[in-house]
Every structure is written in structure tokens, then in C-alpha cells.
Design a protein around this ligand. Structure first.
Ligand SMILES: Cc1cc2nc3c(=O)[nH]c(=O)nc-3n(C[C@H](O)[C@H](O)[C@H](O)COP(=O)(O)OP(=O)(O)OC[C@H]3O[C@@H](n4cnc5c(N)ncnc54)[C@H](O)[C@@H]3O)c2cc1C
Length: 562
């Protein structure tokens, strides 16, 4: 390895031509940053990589032709380098590789596949390689630190901030306050009794330091608290920037509407926390939820949507025929229409003694940022839905062992078949049916978890970390009393508002539009809506549909007598 090379790109194929082509293409483009090493046999690769002690960014394994068992060889090598991206490389025309590739992707044994470049400087090949390296870099973290944070690794606040910075793609360096590095950095800042977490904005020339900052303190320091023009009446305010809000803001702004988007946490919502979305049309090998939604954010912004971060919607009222939205920073904004796209959040475990361990061994959601810290640990994933399945697959890359705990007898009713097969194929994952977590103990960090067998009542105590993915609750508390909701709190829209014929929740003579809520001109899209499908594509689609209904409503307002 020469200076500046941070990891290896490994080529493994018996085909001399393919090996030579891949090596030279990779070497010419990526040589200064990565050591390109090529092998014709897995044993030779294993020995050489061990000898060189190189981290591996990507394993490019030939498949088909002279490498009929290419996937087996690739899998063997990947076991030694689980952080690397596993990539199958096939020659154009080797169509019989399609089935094994599909199977391997489904079983999580492969991250990507691509064609061997047929010409020198094949840009499609290089675009795919760049995306692979981008994904690997994202998984690693490190590098440029726009923001530096020193805090207690397991404090809920530090974790929330780490997660928020990560999901907003802000390059962050995190240092545990107890580590030698963390202590030295704190000392260097000369703070008297520092209040953790300490956050330093290193991209600002004066490098300001914030101690235990609130979200608004951070937004202010980032220069994000541009006051809203009190006189402005927006065409549409989109509340929430998950897939539904992003869908709405892309279409609204691209169709010329004056659009404001509010987001208190991170662009992408729940989808932004998913390590790999495999069922979004147009991405045959999947795409990270963060990448997908961040691209949509950039698209909405480029069309002219205004984004206001770190502020949430707090209530909607109607004043003189105009809607007014109260914001968490005390301001308010006037608008002709609203799209509520506040989605849903994870349901909490109803075990009081585990509350104190939230963020200290009990994590809600997939917590992608925490996964690498699970090395050497036993992880319990609680939940039987697709999100739990995805989280278990992702965590199994790092944790020693992953157990999926479910109350039902089997996963078949709640999880997609491809995910069940993927979990069953992973050697370090097991599924524990008919069990429930009922307690836990620890000091700074969760140490033991008590699990009850729902059939026998017997209780066992394990040492494990919990990832809880037991379904979601709509984020509609802020709308209580103003918009009609179902008994779970999801927003009623369209014909649902007329279900109770005796006292319909709809105030006008004209029927409500498809996604219209009980307040005319306020629409709901995505997971927050009663009866929604809870998929990224449907949330995006509902966001786009809401904009069509917004246009129709604006046209009605324009026609109404003044
Ligand atoms: C780990 C995981 C993996 C998933 N994988 C897949 C998958 O592979 N395929 C698939 O199709 N679906 C998947 N889903 C489901 C999918 O992510 C959701 O259906 C989708 O994100 C819903 O989009 P949404 O915009 O309606 O809501 P959300 O994604 O929940 O976004 C809502 C946004 O609103 C913001 N917000 C909340 N309250 C307020 C307020 N008061 N004011 C302003 N903003 C507010 C939130 O901060 C959030 O950013 C997954 C979900 C999870 C959690």
C-alpha cells in the first residue's frame, strides 16, 4: 500500500482477461486512493490480505464462465471482511448468472452486481463503482469533520444528535468523552466543567463551541433560523420531509407553487433510517434510504422549495379563510393549503424498568449508526415486521448473534417471504417465537434482559442489547382536536370522513377530496393517513397526488368571491 491509499479493492476471478481488465480499469481510476489487488484463487487472496493487514472496501468476484462457483468464493472472502461491499462481476451475455445473483441479493450474500467493462473508460461501470465506494465510505464514517461532538457514547441526547447529523449527511466526528482522545479534545477546548455533549462547528471560521445544545441552538449556530416573512402567504406548507413530504415538495415546487417544508429532525423520515430499500422502483439492486431521500431533498430544493429545519408544526387554525400553522419556535406561517406528512414513529416497549435504558442498550428503530458498535454482542431484535427483519439482517453483519423475538408462533403473517428466507440463511440469526421481553437490569448500560415464554410462563435472563421495532404510531399529537383521527390517531381523509352518516367529520356540502382531511384545504399523505400502505413508493405517490388536489383547491379559492 502506498501513502494515501486507505483500503483495498480486491478482484477475484479465474478468468485472466476479466482479471486484467478489471484490475487495470480500477487501477487507473482509483489507484491513488485504493490498493487494487487481483487473485485467481480465494486461498491466495485470503493469505495475501491477511499478510498486508489491509482494510477491504470492495470485493469484486467474477461469476459465470470460468467462475461457475464465483459466489461461493466471494462469500468465503466476505466472511473475513464483513465490512467490505460484496460485488459480483459478470460478462455481458452470461444470462444464466441472473438467477444466482437474484438469490444471493435476496439472501443478503451480495451487495451489488455489475458488468465487466467492455471498453476502456466504461463510464457506466465507473458510476456503479463510485456508488459502491460511496456506500462503503458512508458505512465507515470518519474523514472530514464538519462537526465534532464529544459526549457520553450511550447518552440518549448524544445519540439523537449523532443520528440527526448522520441522517442529514453532515460529516461528523464523534468522540466518547471517556476515551483518551475525547478527554484530550475536551481539554483543548478549555471549557470550565463542560456540559456534555459538546458540539463544535468546525466548518465555521470561528469554530463555535456549543455545550449541551438544544435543537434550536444548533439550528441557530448553523444559520438555519432565517425568520419567516410574516406577510407571506404560501401556496402550500408541507409538514414533514419523509418520502411523502418530499414527494409533495418536489411536485409542488416543480409545478410553480410557493412551497415551504418544515422538518424538525432529518430529511427522509423513517425511510432515511433504512440501510437498504430494495422495493423502490428503478433501483434493481436497492438503494440506501438515506441516499434516496437525500437526492429527493436536493431535487425539491433545486425546484425552489424552501426548507425550514429543526422546527415542527404545532397546530393548524383557520383565520379569515387562510390557514395558519403554529411552529415550535413560537413563529407561525400563513398558507392557502397544507400537506400533513408527519408519518409515524416507533411504538415504545411497555416495560417501565427498560425506559431508563433508552439509548443505553434499548434502541428504537434500526439505529443504523449504532450497528458497528454491536461487534461481539448478542442483539435481540423485537418485532416481526419487515422493518425488524431488515434491522436483523443489517445487525447480523456486526453482532456476534442476533435473535429475533416475536409474540406470534411464526413470521409468515407479518414479514415478507424474501426476508424470512434471508434471516433463515444467516448463520448467526435465530428466531424465537412466542416470547416477550418483560424486564431488564443494568447500571450505565443495559446488562440483562428478562424474556418470558408465552406458553409456559418460564422466564430466562440473557445478556443482550435490544432493538425494538414493534410497529408504529402516527405523529398526530400536535393535531389533536383540530383534525379528525381514527382511534389509533391516524388522520381520516376523503370518504372516511363521511363514514359516520349521523355526524360526519366533514363540514362542507361538497364531498372531501381523496386525501383531504376534516379541514378543507388540509391534505394528508403517507404513513400518517388512516389506511395508508406504509411503503416508500406509496408515500411518495400520495405526496404527488396531494399536490394535484392542492392545485384543485387553489383554483376553487381563486374562483371564490372575495
Ligand atoms: C427501518 C425501516 C425500513 C423500512 N424499509 C422500507 C422498505 O424497504 N421499503 C418500503 O417501501 N418501506 C420501508 N419502510 C417504510 C417507509 O420508510 C415508510 O412507509 C415511509 O418512510 C413513510 O413516509 P412518510 O413520509 O409518510 O413518513 P415518515 O417517513 O415517517 O416521515 C415523516 C417526517 O415528518 C417529520 N415530522 C414529524 N412530526 C412533525 C411535525 N409536527 N412537524 C414537522 N415535521 C414532523 C418527521 O421528523 C419525519 O421526517 C421502512 C421503515 C423503516 C422504519
Amino acid at each position: 500500500m502506498t501513502d494515501g491509499q486507505r483500503a483495498a479493492l480486491v478482484v477475484l476471478t479465474r478468468d485472466d482477461d476479466v482479471r486484467a481488465t478489471l484490475s487495470s480499469e480500477l487501477q487507473r481510476r482509483y489507484g491513488p486512493d485504493y490498493a487494487v489487488v487481483a487473485f485467481d484463487q480465494p486461498d491466495a487472496a485470503t493469505a495475501e490480505l491477511l499478510r498486508r493487514e489491509l482494510p477491504v472496501a470492495a470485493l469484486f468476484g467474477g461469476l459465470g464462465g470460468e467462475d461457475p462457483d464465483g459466489l461461493t468464493a466471494l462469500r468465503g472472502l466476505h466472511r473475513d471482511h464483513p465490512g467490505a461491499m460484496a460485488v459480483a462481476v459478470v460478462r455481458w451475455g452470461n444470462f444464466d448468472t441472473a438467477r444466482p445473483i437474484f438469490e444471493a441479493l435476496t439472501l443478503g450474500q451480495l451487495d451489488r452486481w455489475l458488468y465487466v467493462p467492455e471498453v476502456v473508460g466504461d463510464e457506466e461501470f465507473h458510476r456503479a463503482v463510485t456508488e459502491i465506494l460511496d456506500e462503503w465510505t458512508n458505512r465507515q464514517g470518519g474523514g472530514f469533520e464538519a462537526v465534532r461532538m464529544i459526549g457520553d457514547r450511550w447518552s440518549e441526547r448524544a445519540q439523537h444528535l449523532r443520528d440527526t447529523f448522520g441522517r442529514n449527511r453532515i460529516p461528523l466526528g464523534f468522540y466518547d468523552a471517556d476515551s483518551a482522545e475525547g478527554k484530550a479534545l475536551l481539554e483543548g477546548l478549555n471549557l470550565d466543567a463542560p456540559r456534555l455533549p459538546v458540539v463544535q462547528l468546525r466548518f465555521r471560521p470561528e469554530r463555535p463551541v456549543l455545550q449541551d445544545p438544544s435543537d434550536l441552538d444548533i439550528a441557530d449556530a448553523f444559520g438555519l433560523l432565517t425568520p419567516l416573512d410574516a406577510a407571506e402567504v404560501y401556496d402550500v406548507v408541507v409538514v414533514g420531509s419523509g418520502p411523502a413530504g418530499l414527494g409533495a415538495s418536489v411536485y409542488a415546487a416543480s409545478e410553480g407553487l410557493n412551497t415551504l417544508v418544515l422538518e424538525p429532525e432529518a430529511v427522509g423520515g423513517q425511510a432515511g433510517t433504512s440501510s437498504l430499500i430494495r422495493n423502490y422502483p428503478g433501483f434493481p439492486t436497492g438503494i440506501s434510504g438515506n441516499r434516496l431521500t437525500f437526492n429527493a431533498y436536493q431535487q425539491a430544493w433545486a425546484f425552489g422549495s424552501t426548507f425550514h429545519f429543526m422546527r415542527s408544526g404545532q397546530g393548524i387554525t383557520t383565520e379569515d379563510g387562510v390557514l395558519r400553522l403554529a411552529l415550535s419556535d413560537g413563529a407561525s406561517v400563513a398558507t392557502r393549503t397544507v400537506v400533513v406528512a408527519t408519518g409515524a414513529t416507533w411504538r415504545r416497549l411497555d416495560v417501565p424498568e427498560l425506559d431508563a435504558f433508552t439509548g443505553r442498550g434499548v434502541f428504537y428503530g434500526a439505529a443504523v449508526t449504532e450497528a458497528p458498535v454491536m461487534r461481539g454482542r448478542h442483539v435481540f431484535v423485537i418485532g416481526g415486521g419487515n422493518s425488524a427483519g431488515q434491522a436483523a439482517v443489517y445487525l447480523s453483519r456486526y453482532a456476534d448473534k442476533v435473535s429475533v423475538l416475536i409474540r406470534r408462533a411464526a413470521l409468515a403473517d407479518t414479514m415478507s417471504d424474501y426476508l424470512i428466507r434471508e434471516l433463515q440463511a444467516l448463520p448467526n440469526v435465530d428466531i424465537r417465537p412466542r416470547v416477550q421481553v418483560v424486564g431488564g437490569t443494568g447500571s450505565d448500560f443495559l446488562e440483562t434482559v428478562t424474556v418470558r415464554d408465552l406458553d409456559t410462563g418460564a422466564e430466562t435472563v440473557d445478556s443482550a442489547v435490544l432493538f425494538v421495532l414493534i410497529g408504529s404510531e402516527p405523529r398526530t399529537d400536535w393535531l389533536g382536536g383540530s383534525l379528525a383521527r381514527d382511534r389509533w390517531g391516524f388522520l381520516l381523509t376523503g370518504a372516511q370522513l363521511l363514514d359516520d352518516a349521523a355526524s360526519p367529520a366533514w363540514p362542507l356540502e361538497r364531498p372531501p377530496a381523496l386525501l383531504e382531511t376534516s379541514t378543507p384545504g388540509v391534505f394528508a399523505a403517507g404513513d400518517v393517513r388512516a389506511g395508508s400502505v406504509k411503503r416508500v413508493a406509496s408515500a411518495v405517490g400520495e405526496g404527488a397526488l396531494a399536490v394535484t388536489l392542492v392545485h384543485a383547491h387553489l383554483a376553487t379559492l381563486a374562483r371564490a368571491p372575495a
